[in-house]
Design a protein. Structure first.
Length: 181
């Protein structure tokens, strides 16, 4: 067993193929090809990947984990009502995590924790940002435990939010407040 050397970096156009493949492996939901193009080209989406520098050859730069997110207007978001009232005219924003995943062989090494922390740091660096939020399917205990460990609070349960292979599933909405949000 070799010891991994995990490094985080921004996602780039050359990640397209691997990013699309591991999303397909990790999620029950299909994403449009346009989504992946937007992610790797940074069009309205910010994304970080994890790579293992100890892998041989070009694999040392191949994604083994990813997190994708988008900056949204707090007022127009579905949790605008939960934020502290702000009388200034400056528009507040939130960071919405779209997808997060780590391939099986690399789980329970803290990689998702690091990816989420990267997004929290990014959100905190935006002075007008009040929080990071996400949806998670109600049966995903592993992810839910991780969000709670990282001080995300469950603020809502959304009935039948997901529709997968003819079945409806609820989702939880989790928020991690930043900058006094
Ligand atoms: N060594 C050992 N364990 C550690 C270490 C470490 N260095 N660091 C953290 N851990 C623990 C964590 O505390 C955590 O414990 P907890 O569950 O009791 O809180 C546990 O290991 C898992 O944390 P990570 O290792 O950071 O998480 P991992 O890299 O295994 O990824 C993830 C978790 C993303 C949920 C993964 O299982 C996965 O990809 N699942 C399939 C896709 C998925 O469900 N994604 C989330 C959907 S929701 C959304 O995308 C918005």
């Amino acid at each position: 067993q070799h010891s991994p050397n995990i490094v985080l970096r921004r996602i780039q156009p050359s990640d397209l193929e691997v990013l699309e493949r591991i999303h397909g492996e990790l999620f029950p939901i299909r994403y449009e090809s346009e989504f992946f193009h937007n992610v790797v080209n940074g069009r309205d989406i910010i994304a970080w990947g994890a790579v293992d520098r100890s892998r041989p050859g070009s694999q040392n730069d191949e994604l083994i984990g990813f997190i994708t997110a988008r900056v949204v207007s707090a007022r127009e978001s579905e949790i605008g009502d939960l934020l502290r009232y702000d009388s200034s005219s400056i528009e507040q924003v939130l960071v919405y995590i779209l997808t997060l995943g780590v391939v099986k062989a690399y789980r329970n090494h803290g990689i998702a924790t690091e990816l989420i922390q990267e997004v929290i740091n990014y959100a905190s660096s935006i002075l007008t940002c009040r929080g990071v939020y996400l949806h998670v399917i109600a049966y995903n205990d592993r992810a839910i435990r991780l969000y709670k460990t990282m001080s995300f609070k469950c603020v809502r349960r959304l009935q039948n939010f997901y529709y997968i292979k003819g079945q409806h599933y609820d989702s939880y909405l989790f928020v991690h407040y930043v900058n006094g949000g």
